[in-house]
Design a protein around this ligand. Structure first.
Ligand code: DX5
Ligand code: ZN
Length: 204
């Protein structure tokens, strides 16, 4: 599946969201940053809830925040496919996992480029998804860190969906293809263009 991030776009947030929603994307990747877990802040919870209501595509929410449970309750009123958190920003991970599951939504853990893939070991039988970060959280349009691909084989027989996020374009995708991942997140490669379907087609 292709999940499109609108963090860096040629157009304003509403226009971009509508363009993604009408495209051949499979999911909308919602990057939320609180100014604490990462220094950038890009949302007010009520604004983002309003922006994300009434979309056709399901949401793949990536919480680059400290204490995600503060936001999860509101966010789960939306059409959410999956919520992904960072372990080092989530003091109450067990509570987060059971709360998200109680709403019938998938839960994922993201692994930063400098984090070991083993950090998820304790949670592997409780989560649905592992998101390998191929850039450091905080900004769209960064360069893909190819060394993170070495983390994928470890996850392959673990019965979790596997995704990758950051710096993905039509060149990098050739490096990723052999791993046959479930979800590829791509942002600026798609949203800095005028023809989203053409970019999505190149990735597919
Ligand atoms: C990084 C975000 C990514 C990123 C993807 O902080 O989690 O989702 O915005 O955008 P591109 O594809 O531009 O790296
Ligand atoms: Zn993301």
């Amino acid at each position: 599946m292709i999940s499109v991030s609108f963090l860096k776009s040629k157009y304003d947030r509403i226009t971009t969201l509508n363009m993604i929603d009408e495209s051949d994307a499979d999911l909308i990747h919602v990057d939320l940053m609180d100014g604490i877990y990462v220094k950038e802040k890009n949302f007010e919870i009520n604004d983002i809830i309003n922006n994300l209501t009434d979309l056709f595509l399901r949401l793949d929410i990536h919480l680059m925040v400290y204490d995600p449970l503060k936001y999860i309750k509101e966010l789960l009123k939306l059409n959410v496919y999956m919520i992904t958190v960072h372990l080092d920003g989530t003091p109450n991970i067990d509570e987060v996992i059971s709360y998200v599951h109680s709403k019938g939504v998938k839960i994922g853990i993201a692994i930063n480029p400098d984090e070991d893939v083993n950090i998820i070991d304790k949670y592997l039988d409780k989560i649905d998804y592992v998101l390998i970060m191929s850039v450091y959280p905080g900004k769209g349009g960064q360069t893909f860190i190819k060394e993170v691909l070495n983390k994928i084989p470890y996850l392959k027989d673990k019965h979790v969906l596997i995704g990758i996020d950051g710096g993905i374009n039509d060149e990098v995708i050739a490096l990723i293809k052999p791993y046959n991942l479930d979800i590829v997140v791509s942002g600026s490669f798609i949203c800095m263009s005028d023809n989203y379907n053409e970019q999505i087609r190149k990735l597919n």
